[in-house]
Design a protein. Structure first.
Lengths: 296, 326, 305
């Protein structure tokens, strides 16, 4: 970590500006950022877009038409029930991205709180809490998510929470590691020696150092969450009709891959593109903010 | 012929912010068995000089831009890495400042100790281990048989540095380069390590290039001393001459800055100004902006060390004109 | 060392206990039951089936009964396959999944380590960007897309392999690749990162100063530290391979435990679910113990505190 100066404003300017400069130079990461931004925008506005631009809604069926490859009327073709693929792709994207974002927020909240408490408390509390994380890390959480989704219905809120609950462990570890590292840094002692009060130390000095790793791992958690949602959709446990997500679309497409390849290609490409972009962006952020790994 | 002859060495770092000229035309020589001290502040270029000679400069930003480093008739700077490996660890060894990070934490001490022998000499492990045990006894490590199997983090700072010295001297090199070997150690341990190095020097007769920012360490240990500032050589002379008959304002200022030598109760002497910006070197003498005895010509004329007394070189213009006011 | 293992053992018992309890109550509290969907059977028949399996007793009594059986290692009968016990099903299906998992792990480690090492040593050249881009693909393509794609390309079009089944040795290739791809990608990135991190350390410079050549520096000095992140990842990787196998077994028609588990979940086959969950947990915890031992062996700073 670059050594922060004690003057709070000066530190923020140079560290974040430096990081932004590094990010700006990373073309791949910028590409990722652009793609994610554009996709989010487009999918977010799917509702009005569909109606005006494309003329079809995602649930509009045309059973007589059946599955049709891309053409003038339906830019990406239709599925087995004559539904326009582009419309479904946009709506599905909206759901997928939303699941990704919200589940990440859930895991972030749990993880940051847990990690911060553990790091600050230190001593036996910290040891106990981290031991718990170690144990949970080993268990295949996904099994529980499956059981939860099977038993308690296909509720989309439950989906967010369940997926988020799988991913919080890494975030907790990272945050705790950062808190411990920062706590011991000499500049904290220096700040205390200068007579700064604890709250000021917390907000001005400790928190900004946490922000970096949190941003990086949050960005990297979103693609993991989206993959998890796709996995659940494959098992029939994810998003339920009439909603669809990219995971659902991919599943349906994979089933008829040989006869109607476009039904798989476009959703898979969309998902892959988004995951790429998020991963590149996350990597770029990690390099820019100079974030190291979690353990030792 | 001197053992090591460095001529007009130049090295720089090509960073995003610009080119940092870390070593700007450095020349010196070391005779067989001689101990040369290299003194300077952080950023003076003393470590970079040695890394350049050993081919240890991190290549992407760092680059040797010119000059020669002739060791026993061969210019090390022209050698390929493979050829250089014939010299590194065998005829020229190096020890570093921080023994904790300089030893591999994942390998046992014994493994690391016998490595130079395994690389450079055709002997078996058993024989190598025996020599390692001997060397450990030489450097004063108690219970060597036991300690061979330990890991670096099980040793104290002083003991680790002893291990590093032992490791460097396993192949009985002709030249030992010691980059601030005592800086990271407690004062009492510093003295022990210096004594150890003196003892090994007597036994093995190798030449030593000792880098330090501590004048005290250098004065008790070296035959000759060279003072660097901002990547250039300011002064070089026999130790006694340098300290008692210094012919450069910077050296003089350094000596004046030693707290122990100053009058108690008075304000401490400091050298005015700040270290130079190596990204934008100014013409003339780099010390000129801070020098007490500066004249106009200092900031204009090209400076180079010239002999101003027998075996005594100084880059100071006024010294060269025999115009020093002390 | 013995103390380490023993302590792990002691920790595991309460974990399993909590797991069993949590699973039990979650299953029973969920709507529906194993016979809820047997529409053909009349209500009377259903009642009798439930009584036969003791499902009409009070919940807590069922719980105690279950615990007693578990302590004896008896995982109970399966509702869906009435002629077989859960123990039998697991005994037959697990080796299949284990084989698949091991092969996928081998794929992940061999491909991943190779790619990661090459990328680290040739940093910022084609041999770095190339393998890392491939790795990115491995990370971003879901297993159930990778599978059908591989089948389509190598089985259907090129005809090198069968599209499904688990009969011949050749049948192992595509499933192992499909399952292992994601982990190979992850390992590659971790290996590259770990190696780069180690290569920056001071002790590498010391090794160079000793005259060590590039291969000695890589294999004797850098690898041990560089592999730490990969080994740390093995724990969760094994857990992931386990769950990933559900998908792969379905796609390739492999009679492994994953498929049985998912089917059991859908069918509310209580004992099968419980048995699978506990079995998986024990297996994963055991594997993690092995991984932790290896980790300590590699990193002397961690020696059994």
């Amino acid at each position: 970590m670059p050594p922060p100066a004690l003057h709070p404003d000066e530190k923020s300017a140079s560290f974040w500006r430096d990081a932004w400069h590094r990010l700006w130079q990373n073309k791949l990461a910028l590409f990722g950022l652009l793609v994610v931004a554009v996709l989010s925008l487009v999918c977010g506005l799917a509702a009005p877009l569909c109606g005006h631009l494309i003329g079809y809604s995602y649930e509009q069926q045309n059973l007589a038409l059946g599955p049709v490859p891309p053409n003038h009327a339906h830019w990406l073709g239709t599925d087995r029930m004559g539904r326009d693929l582009l419309a479904r792709l946009l709506y599905g994207g909206r759901i997928s991205l939303m699941v990704g974002l919200l589940a990440t927020v859930v895991s972030l909240v749990i993880g940051v709180l847990y990690g911060a408490v553990s790091g600050f408390a230190g001593g036996k509390v910290d040891m106990a809490l981290m031991r718990l994380v170690d144990i949970l890390y080993a268990l295949p959480f996904t099994i529980f998510v499956i059981l939860l989704m099977v038993f308690f219905g296909r509720n989309i809120i439950l989906l967010f929470v369940a997926i988020g609950a799988v991913e919080w462990l890494t975030m907790a570890r990272i945050v705790r590691g950062q808190v411990m590292a920062v706590k011991q840094q000499e500049f904290i002692e220096a700040a205390r020696a200068l007579g700064l009060r604890r709250r000021r130390i917390l907000f001005r000095h400790i928190l900004p150092n946490l922000l970096g790793p949190i941003i990086v791992y949050a960005t990297l958690t979103v693609p993991e969450v989206m993959l998890l949602e796709a996995f659940l959709s494959f098992l029939g446990l994810g998003v339920q009709p009439p909603h669809s997500s990219w995971g659902v679309l991919i599943k349906e497409g994979a089933e008829v891959m040989e006869e109607y390849p476009w039904l798989l290609t476009y959703p898979a490409a969309a998902m892959a593109l988004t995951l790429f972009s998020l991963n590149f962006l996350g990597d770029g952020l990690r390099d820019a903010l100079d974030v190291r790994g979690s353990k030792d | 012929m001197p053992l090591l002859s460095v001529n007009h060495l130049r090295a720089a770092f090509h960073t995003r912010a610009g080119v940092v000229r870390a070593v700007r035309d450095v020349s010196f020589q070391i005779e067989r068995g001689e101990t040369l001290g290299l003194v300077g502040e952080s950023g003076s270029g003393k470590s970079v000089t040695c890394y350049s000679i050993m081919g240890l400069l991190p290549q992407p930003p760092g680059r040797v831009e010119g000059g020669q480093a002739v060791f026993d008739g061969v210019d090390l700077l022209t050698l390929s890495p493979r050829q250089l490996n014939q010299y590194r660890g065998r005829r020229i060894s190096m020890i570093f400042q921080d023994p904790m990070t300089s030893l591999n934490p994942y390998l046992r001490i014994g493994t690391q100790l016998i490595e130079p022998l395994l690389i450079h000499e055709k002997i078996g492990r058993a024989e190598a281990r025996r020599r390692a045990l001997d060397m450990m006894a030489e450097v004063g490590l108690p219970d060597p048989t036991h300690r061979l199997r330990m890991y670096p983090h099980e040793f104290s700072g002083g003991m680790r540095q002893r291990v590093m010295i032992a490791m460097a001297l396993m192949t009985r090199p002709d030249l030992l380069i010691a980059d601030e070997p005592t800086t990271a150690l407690d004062v009492t341990v510093q003295a022990q390590i210096l004594d150890l190095m003196k003892k090994m020097r007597e036994e093995l007769g190798m030449a030593i290039l000792l880098i330090s920012h501590d004048l005290g360490v250098v004065s008790g240990f070296c035959d000759r001393v060279m003072v660097m500032y901002a990547g250039s050589v300011m002064e070089s002379a026999r130790t006694g001459d340098l300290f008692y008959h210094t012919k450069h304002p910077y050296t003089r200022a350094l000596q004046k800055s030693i707290p122990a030598l100053q009058v108690k109760g008075r304000e401490l002497y400091t050298i005015a100004g700040a270290p130079p910006d190596l990204l934008h070197p100014l013409p003339g003498c780099p010390f000129a902006p801070r020098c007490e005895y500066v004249i106009d010509a200092c900031a204009r004329e090209e400076m180079a060390p010239l002999e101003v007394a027998p075996a005594h070189c100084s880059a100071c213009l006024r010294a060269q004109k025999e115009d020093l006011p002390w | 060392m013995i103390r380490f293992v023993a302590r792990r053992f002691l920790e595991t018992i309460p974990v399993l206990f909590i797991l069993a309890t949590a699973t039990f109550f979650m299953m029973r509290l969920a709507p529906g039951g194993p016979f809820a969907t047997e529409k053909q059977a009349g209500r009377e028949v259903r009642a009798r089936m439930e009584a036969h399996y003791g499902l009409d007793k009070p919940l807590f009594q069922q719980y105690l009964l279950q615990m007693k059986h578990l302590l004896r290692g008896d995982l109970g009968p399966s509702y869906k396959y009435p002629s077989r016990t859960v123990n039998e099903i697991i005994a037959k299906a697990f080796p299949v999944s284990a084989e698949l998992g091991l092969e996928a792990l081998a794929v992940a480690l061999v491909l991943g380590l190779l790619a990661g090492m090459v990328a680290a040593l040739q940093q910022n050249t084609f041999w770095d960007h190339g393998p890392m881009s491939l790795a990115m693909i491995g990370l971003c393509v879901p297993t159930f897309v990778m599978g059908p794609l591989l089948i389509s390309a190598f089985a259907l079009h090129l005809g090198w392999f069968n599209a499904a089944g688990w009969y011949w040795p050749r049948d192992r290739v595509l499933p192992a690749l499909t399952l292992g791809a994601f982990y190979a990608a992850y390992v590659a990135r971790l290996a590259r990162g770990g190696l780069l991190e180690v290569l920056r350390q001071d002790f590498i410079r010391t090794a160079q100063a000793k005259g060590a050549g590039p291969s000695r520096i890589l294999f004797r000095h850098a690898l041990r530290g560089g592999m730490l992140p990969v080994v740390s990842f093995l724990g969760p990787a094994i857990a992931g391979l386990l769950t990933g196998s559900f998908v792969v077994e379905t796609i390739f028609g492999i009679p492994g435990l994953g498929r049985f588990f998912v089917t059991a979940a859908f069918n509310r086959d209580y004992f099968m679910i419980m048995g699978s969950v506990l079995f998986y947990a024990v297996f994963v915890i055991a594997m993690n113990l092995v991984v932790d031992v290896v980790l300590v062996w590699l990193n002397p700073k961690l020696r059994f505190d």
